[in-house]
Design a binder for this molecule. Sequence first.
Ligand SMILES: C[S@@+](CC[C@H](N)C(=O)[O-])C[C@H]1O[C@@H](n2cnc3c(N)ncnc32)[C@H](O)[C@@H]1O
Length: 245
Amino acid sequence: MHEKSERVGDMFNRIAARYDLLNHVLSAGTDFYWRKSALDAMNLRSGARILDICVGTADLALGALRRDQYPNRVVGVDLSMNMMRIGQEKTRRASRPDVRFVCGNAEELPFGACEFDGAMVAFGVRNLADIPAGLASVNRVLKPGGQLVVLELSRPTLQGFRQLFQLYFRHLLPRIGGVISGDGAAYRYLHSSVMAFPERERFLHLMEDAGFVSARYRDLSLGIATLYTGIKTSTAAASHTSDLT
Ligand SMILES: C[S@@+](CC[C@H](N)C(=O)[O-])C[C@H]1O[C@@H](n2cnc3c(N)ncnc32)[C@H](O)[C@@H]1O
């Protein structure tokens, strides 16, 4: 496994117990809205088989199953056993045994070709050591016509807000994260991984290169987070548009 993946897996194993709490505190609860927006963008239909990549503590997977027309089964894959153990406990408490957790690397998904109707990733893609390999791997396991929805943190573009957010994200957030989780490095990594992520148009190009068409993005919360969608096609002719409504 790539050295970055090992480091990231270890880091999430260390912070797993405090991960959910910190998510809600550091985003002031906005993470609920972001995941809801991702699920709204998914074409969920009864009987669909959905893959939640970087499933973590399973908030997105549980959200998908709580929808009226929920898919029969969600498979969640992650490198961190501790994150998935918490996810497993949450699905058990919610009486949703229809999530299957699989330990694996998003860059080499341990599934056969064309197994899933849809795939989703929340706050996971920027952690991958090789993003193109991850996108190619998702494309392989999706059925033709299958949808990929990616939710990821971004750098806001609006002048003034961008600088304010940077101050919070770079200086305050790692301190709060460090105090609550006992692992300041993990929350400094959060900042640097968002800074390094090929966001918006650049990510659309990576999606297209991996074989997704109709690739689009939409900023959420003044660009703190961005939602990307694309469709796997067996035919070529990719196109992309940006949508900042
Ligand atoms: C920020 S958490 C997101 C968890 C969850 N999706 C959510 O919405 O809260 C990122 C997750 O990605 C996992 N991860 C990072 N790199 C991975 C990889 N290469 N393959 C599989 N999982 C990975 C981490 O272990 C962690 O659980």
